[in-house]
Structure formats: structure tokens, C-alpha cells
Write a protein that binds this ligand. Sequence first.
Ligand SMILES: Cc1cc2nc3c(=O)[nH]c(=O)nc-3n(C[C@H](O)[C@H](O)[C@H](O)COP(=O)(O)OP(=O)(O)OC[C@H]3O[C@@H](n4cnc5c(N)ncnc54)[C@H](O)[C@@H]3O)c2cc1C
Length: 453
Amino acid sequence: MPSKRIVIIGAGPTGLGAAYRLKELGYENWVIYEKEDYIGGLSSSFKDEKGFTWDIGGHVMFSNNEYFNNLIDHLIGTDFISHGRESWIRMNGRWIPYPFQNNIRYLPKDLTRQCLEGLISAQNDKRQISNFEDWIYKTFGEGIAKLFMIPYNMKVWKIPLSQMSYNWIAERISIVRIERIMKNITEELDDIDWGPNNRFKFPLHGGTGGFFNKFSPFVSGRIDYKKRLINIDIDSKLVIFSDGKSDRYDVLINTSPLDLFIRMVKSKKIDTAYLMEKAYHLKHSGVYVVGIGLKKKTEGTKCWVYFPEESIPFYRMTYFSRYSPNNVPDGAINTYSSLMCEISFTEDKPTSENEFVSLTVNGLVNAGILSEADRENIVSKWLKKVDYAYPIPTLGRDNSLREIQLFLEDNQIYSRGRFGAWKYEIGNMDHSVMMGVEVVNKILCSEKENVWR
Ligand SMILES: Cc1cc2nc3c(=O)[nH]c(=O)nc-3n(C[C@H](O)[C@H](O)[C@H](O)COP(=O)(O)OP(=O)(O)OC[C@H]3O[C@@H](n4cnc5c(N)ncnc54)[C@H](O)[C@@H]3O)c2cc1C
């Protein structure tokens, strides 16, 4: 029997994970198509003309997956820096250590009291939780909800939180017991260690993309760049590209956004119209990433900062030069520094692109991150629009995904990755690489997938 031809769409972390595993297994009959002329997808990095390196938003590498951690060791060895996370919330003109809910003692006294009263009332809140907003109120009470959780999450997701589910939260939000919060207040404790990313790695060279560039040898000779998939003929098992070329597959691994992919599926035998209706429930947000390069050393040890207040345009800012000296020109960390800001948008509520950079600079000054005088020290401004940044866990998502994935699998198509699987809770780099690895194990070795179920 001739071997199955495996075609992979997209050379982001998921596609690269799949390619790496195919190579590791010694499998020969596969190819990968990528619409850009580089690998890495959302985890790639860019050097601007002034010599600053930028990621597509603040990326940090952390994982408890053994295969992924071994892969990092194997591909970058010691070419990384290990950091202890130091993240903060900036609001009310104050610095509050992250997670907010653990450190409310840093608020003005009347607000700390509001948060505590809310937490106490929430103990007796008998409401049935049916969405993310309910979950926030029931878990944290009115004070924490209104001061931080609701405004911050609205800024990130850009849709009413009552339209979001709450079953994705596990490793994403710190849930603390009221006793611990009281202890933090009365004993004046900083409670900052929560979360799987409290230590993280960052490549010494080339930004986050520096790690994914190490996959190049594993796709060499098998990757076709500048190939944008536009149609899938599931009757003849053909993928068709924007340059008019096509290729045949036995098994297709898709890592491109699932809503767009579904619109490309064509069949004369099967009615696929209902899939479009299902795909309607898949909502996403986009992000503008604004990089500000400074001719100025930045002091301190902070990694990133969250901004819940509406008056500041970005929801998060990363002290990016702190991750690696090579993120600034010539590694001259005593002369240069860089800040990277993220601003969310949705297609329903697009934000005008024109004034983004100046809004960001003003936001940095208003938030006290830069001084007025620092405007003179700005030597580089970098802007990237990312149309697909966050797959939103909406209420209708899981039912839609179930039907779409069943249909695809019946047609030997496996859709995996941040936007291929459309699951934020498994949307990190380690999850993505492992979804690629595990789907190959499933296709070739009939093994069960763990990350994607
Ligand atoms: C703002 C932000 C911050 C993040 N921070 C972190 C973090 O701190 N830690 C972490 O672990 N993860 C983080 N991530 C997640 C990380 O970026 C993703 O997990 C990872 O890049 C997803 O990999 P993927 O291969 O599934 O998808 P992608 O990276 O989106 O790659 C998909 C690939 O498919 C290609 N493609 C798309 N459409 C087509 C088409 N029609 N034809 C051909 N090719 C196509 C794209 O060009 C791309 O190369 C963050 C993401 C964002 C947006």
C-alpha cells in the first residue's frame, strides 16, 4: 500500500510541531504550505529598521509538557534566558502586584473595603452561573468585579462578558479563598506566585520567533511559501491555492483559522451549508501591537503590566527589552530599551488605525510609564495589525466546534492549533506544538490526543 499523503496548512507552532514529529518518525510522504514567506505564525518575531526586535504581543514560554520541554532543550539548548515573572496592574495611579484579587491591600483603603465587602457577600450569592460575567460576580463579588475583572476583560475580549462561557478558566485566572485574601491584608503579604507562567523562558536571540526558526531544518525541502489556501475540494481531496495551483491529500492537517477554513470547504455531494451557520458562533478578536523603541535605559525589574482603565488604550504593556538584551539594537541595553503594547479590537468594533501610535505614546505618559521628556527619546515606532489574535470562548462555541470537527474528521481533515481548534484554553505555544505532534501520532500510530480532546 502506498503511504498516505499528509498535507499541512500553516507553518506556525502547530504546523511545525506536526512537521517535526513526521520527520522524527521518518515519515516521507508529507508537505507543508504557508501563506507567508516565513515560519512561526503568531509566534514569529520581526526586526524593525532601527534594529529593535518585536514579538506579536508579549510571548513567554512555559510548559509542564515533557515532550515540549525536551524539544526546547533540543532546539535552543542554553540559548535562552530564564525569568521570574514580575507582573503588575496599573490603575488609580497605583501599582498593584498581579494577581489583582490576591493583592487588594495595595488599593486605597475605601476600595480595599469595597472589594472585601463584595467577597463576603459573594459567599452567599446563590445565582446559577451561566456565563463569564456571572462567574466573575459569584467568585469575586461586586468590588473586584467592577474595579478590575469586568473592565479588564472587556478591554481584552471586546464583547459583553455575558456572551462568554466560563469553562475555559482553569489555568487562566487565580481563584483565591477569602481567608487567604484577609491574611494578605492583615499580615501585609505580597501574594504574587500564582500561575503556570511564574517562571518563563525567552530566547536570547531573535525574539520568540528565534525559537521557532530552529524548526527550519525540519521543514526544509518540504515547505512551500507564499501559498495561500483558498479552497478545499473534499470530493476529490484537493487543496487549491490563490496562485491557481493545487495538491492532493489523503489526510489534511489545518492550522489556519477554522471559520475561514469552513468557508473554503466545497463539495458537490455533501451539503455543507449548515457548517457556515455553525462557524458563525466562532468569534475572535484582533490586536494591534505597538512597539516603542527608546534611546534610554529602563531601570527596574518589571516584566509586564495590565491596564484595566478605559482611559489607557492598551490592555497590556511588556518591558520587552528586559526579556533579552538582543531585543534592542546591538544588544546595547544600557543605551536602549523597548516597550510593547497590545490593543484589542473586533470586526464589529474596529478601532481606527491612524492614531494608534500617538494614542499609545500618550497612554504611556498618562499611565506614568514614560515621562513627558521621554517623548524625545523615542527612536522607533512599530505597528502590527493582527486580525486573528484571541479565539473567544463564546457560549455557542463548543456545540459548533463539536459538529464542525466531526464533519471534518469524517473527511480526513484534522483542524488543530490556536485558531484551527479555536480553543483559547489550549491556545498557547506549547499546546499548539503538542497539538501538531499529537495529531500526527493519531494519524500514523492511532494514539490518543491529550491536549486536544
Ligand atoms: C497577543 C498574543 C500573545 C500571546 N502570548 C503567548 C504567551 O505568552 N505564551 C504562549 O505560549 N503563547 C502565547 N500566544 C499564543 C501563540 O502565539 C500561539 O499559541 C501560536 O502561535 C499558535 O500557533 P498555530 O500554529 O496554532 O497558529 P498560528 O501561529 O496562527 O499559525 C498559523 C499559520 O497558518 C498560516 N496560514 C493562515 N491561513 C493560511 C492559508 N489560508 N493558507 C496557508 N497558510 C495559512 C499563517 O500564516 C500562520 O503561519 C499569544 C498569542 C497572541 C496573539
